[in-house]
Design a binder for this molecule. Structure first.
Ligand code: HEC
Ligand code: HEC
Ligand code: HEC
Length: 440
């Protein structure tokens, strides 16, 4: 009873309460509490709850963790996540270990139901046997069963034909297990494993091909982690590119960014907020540094803008802010609408307002995330160890499409930033896309 109370009071964020409850759950023979605790940690690393928990709705009780019902936008329509609590009827209570491992690695649920790759099984195919056993122990013995059906997914024909995913899997699903590279340090190998398997970072950060396939699952592919668009958020390049990638960001700052949502003057925004809140903030420092060290080892690949604080253009943009240069109409808009928080020099304020000067996300090849951010605003992540989150206001009702295009074009070319302009059309199509999405 008190257990249900905790879960309903705190909802999805309180998943970590499960850690403390584990001791009170019945354990089958051969399952040690240690294994369940490890499974809980791995479920955080994989963000199972982030996708398998419904969003909170006003006036309704807090959704149960892992009971499914999160709508996920895909180019083919909305895909609903499943109930993965150990309820025998609505959840996965009847799964054997083999069923569980097959669903996670091959995307095939019992009864031969092929899962859509919105479930990141292509990444989970690399999860080790030991970790898979710990995850199974956690889902069977550390998670509260919830007898509640998740909504069914109905994609239009031909995507309704789940059996056709057999061919998709033959073409795209990686089949090689993760194999450590003996020439690399243990830390690098740990990072590579976490990023490629449980962390499924490529699901957002790797560009997708025409069949929604990620273009590469390891660093051996030149497109791996070079940036991708999902659900109208652009997840930036994580390779060593110096402008729009992580080339100028130190490993400690990457680790801090993943733990607290803040690092090197950047603040997490968009769909990365949920990743930090639900998943990476719970990883231990060793794992976060391993991830950072792996990312820092990725050779520079992919495109995007550049940054040079000493360039002539950098000085001109500062002059334009002072004089309200007519040729840079975005400068005046920036001064009146944005400088209050992000400051005239674009340096922001550490732990409050992100810097825009030299910010790799601002220099991204595609401006989708910036446009969406200015239209809808956002909240920095709320984490155990990070600062109080600040809000970015929404400008959808305050600025026209042309004004948003101009101010972002200015931001992408000021202070030494040099990235492609944002067009009125970019803003209009994003406005259409996000307003459509808001309707049920
Ligand atoms: C990025 C989002 C995402 C993440 C992360 C994710 N899942 Fe899923 N999962 C889904 C979606 C969406 C489906 C439903 C797919 C479908 O209907 O074809 C699903 C389906 C499943 C199923 C099949 C259930 C059934 O019978 O329908 C299992 C089991 C499962 N997930 C377990 C997990 C576990 C365990 C984790 C963490 C290790 C996890 N998932 C992480 C999105 C996700
Ligand atoms: C659900 C999609 C999604 C997943 C999964 C995801 N990211 Fe992100 N990530 C984003 C988006 C969108 C941004 C851009 C917003 C921002 O900078 O916070 C981002 C930004 C980042 C940044 C800052 C990059 C920059 O140039 O500012 C880092 C570092 C990062 N992600 C690392 C990771 C790692 C490591 C993982 C896997 C553990 C991961 N991400 C998984 C969507 C995602
Ligand atoms: C009231 C303060 C405030 C104002 C005014 C404001 N912002 Fe922000 N902005 C923020 C905060 C806080 C964040 C971080 C939000 C988050 O993490 O979700 C942010 C994030 C951003 C980001 C994402 C960068 C990153 O790394 O997190 C961009 C781009 C951005 N703002 C552009 C603008 C532009 C352009 C304007 C003017 C049209 C503007 N902002 C006005 C507070 C503000």
């Amino acid at each position: 009873m008190w257990r249900t109370l905790i879960v309903t009071t705190f909802g999805r964020r309180a998943l970590f309460c499960a850690f403390t409850l584990i001791a009170s759950m019945p354990l089958a023979r051969g399952q040690t509490p240690d294994l369940v605790t490890r499974g809980a940690y791995l479920a955080k690393a994989a963000d199972c709850a982030g996708c398998h928990t419904a969003p909170p709705a006003p006036g309704k009780p807090q959704p149960h963790p892992f009971a499914g019902g999160l709508p996920m936008g895909s180019p083919f329509g909305t895909i609903w996540s499943s109930n993965i609590t150990p309820d025998p009827q609505h959840g996965i209570g009847r799964y054997s270990y083999e069923d569980f491992a097959r669903a996670l690695r091959e995307g095939v649920a019992p009864g031969g139901k092929h899962l859509y790759p919105a479930m990141p099984y292509p990444s989970f195919s690399k999860v080790s046997d030991g970790d898979m056993r710990a995850l199974y122990a956690y889902f069977m013995h550390g998670v509260e069963p919830v007898a509640q059906a998740a909504p069914e997914t109905h994609l239009p024909f031909p995507f309704s034909q789940r059996w056709a995913l057999v061919f998709w899997n033959l073409a795209f699903r990686p089949t090689e297990p993760f194999t450590p590279d003996p020439k690399r340090e243990a830390q690098w190998n740990r990072g590579a494993y976490l990023v490629q398997s449980l962390g499924h970072c490529g699901a957002c950060h790797t560009p997708r091909g025409p069949a929604y396939n990620e273009r590469g699952y390891t660093e051996s592919s030149r497109t791996y982690l070079t940036g991708g668009t999902n659900d109208h958020w652009y997840a930036p390049n994580l390779t060593g590119v110096s402008g729009a990638g992580l080339g100028r960001i130190a490993p400690d700052d990457i680790a801090a960014f993943l733990k607290t949502g803040h690092g090197a003057g950047l603040a997490t925004f968009g769909s990365m907020v949920q990743v930090v809140e639900d998943s990476t903030q719970y990883l231990d420092d060793q794992d976060l540094l391993a991830i950072a060290s792996y990312l820092k080892s990725l050779p520079a690949n992919g495109n995007g803008g550049t940054y040079d604080a000493r360039s002539r253009a950098a000085q001109q943009s500062v002059a334009a802010l002072r004089t309200g240069d007519d040729e840079r109409p975005g400068a005046g808009l920036y001064q009146s609408a944005c400088a209050r928080c992000h400051k005239s020099d674009g340096a922001g304020e550490a732990f409050k307002y992100p810097r825009l000067a030299g910010n790799p996300a601002v220099l991204s090849e595609k401006p989708d995330s910036l446009v969406r951010m200015v239209l809808q605003g956002g909240n920095a992540p709320s984490t155990e160890h990070g600062p109080q989150p600040k809000k970015m206001p929404a400008f959808a009702d305050k600025l026209t499409d042309t004004e948003i295009a101009r101010v972002l074009t200015f931001v992408r070319s000021a202070w030494g930033n040099d990235a492609s302009p944002v067009t009125t059309r970019d803003v209009r199509s994003m406005r259409d896309a996000v307003s459509k999405r808001a309707q049920p």
